[in-house]
Write a protein that binds this ligand. Structure first.
Ligand code: PAN
Ligand code: ZN
Length: 192
């Protein structure tokens, strides 16, 4: 018997999808070593292990031919000068792409290839972002009050490689400086 088509809605402003099989909450403690200002990170963590972002996944088999969809919600906030962000990852099957549709909020997608080519793309409501195969990706919320809400779609067999980014970080950081939002080089980035 074949699967039946299905649909779900994503009512704003909360953006909790009407169908959800898995809800992931990533707290500050899960992002250890990712923010540039380690002292600010430790100070905030001692105060509260706050939720930095959440993901609602619609479950499908993790096989080629399937598409995995869901909602990613990055809450506003900063650690030192750096805005809240997802852990970020390469797909384990490097040759798999991803599409993001921004439903709400403002921010950036920070991306890079294994060869160290970097690209940062603004995320604003109704913008559609295509992340080609081979590009690691991390979403960053720069809204002051609003969540950054995106819908994502990627191949069922993609898988997630978090380790590479945990070790080397991303080349670019999104921070607030005296002039506002700035994209700067990560002083700790090192080529794998
Ligand atoms: C997204 C991300 C989601 C959370 O579904 O998984 O935004 O980010 P991290 O996985 O980096 O914690 C996606 O890119 N999937 O492939
Ligand atoms: Zn991905």
């Amino acid at each position: 018997m074949s699967d039946l088509p299905f649909a779900y809605t994503v009512p704003l402003p909360l953006a909790i999808p009407s169908r959800q099989d898995n809800h992931i909450q990533r707290r500050l403690s899960a992002l250890k070593g990712q923010f540039a200002d380690a002292a600010a990170y430790e100070r905030l963590l001692a105060e509260e292990d706050r939720i930095v972002y959440e993901v609602y996944e619609i479950q499908r088999p993790h096989v080629e031919g399937e598409l995995l969809t869901g909602i990613s919600i990055v809450h506003p906030g900063k650690v030192g000068a750096e805005f809240h962000m997802t852990k970020g990852h390469f797909h384990t099957v490097l040759e798999t792409a991803e599409v993001y549709v921004v439903l709400k909020g403002e921010g950036f997608m920070v991306m890079e290839t294994p060869e160290g080519e970097a690209h940062v793309e603004p995320l604003t409501p109704n913008r559609v972002l295509y992340v080609p195969p081979r590009w690691a990706h991390r979403s960053v919320c720069t809204s002051r009050q609003d969540d950054l809400v995106t819908l994502f779609v990627y191949p069922g067999n993609a898988g997630h490689d978090y380790g590479t980014i945990e070790t080397q970080g991303f080349r670019k950081l999104v921070v607030e400086d005296a002039n506002g939002i700035a994209i700067i080089d990560n002083p700790r980035w090192k080529r794998a």
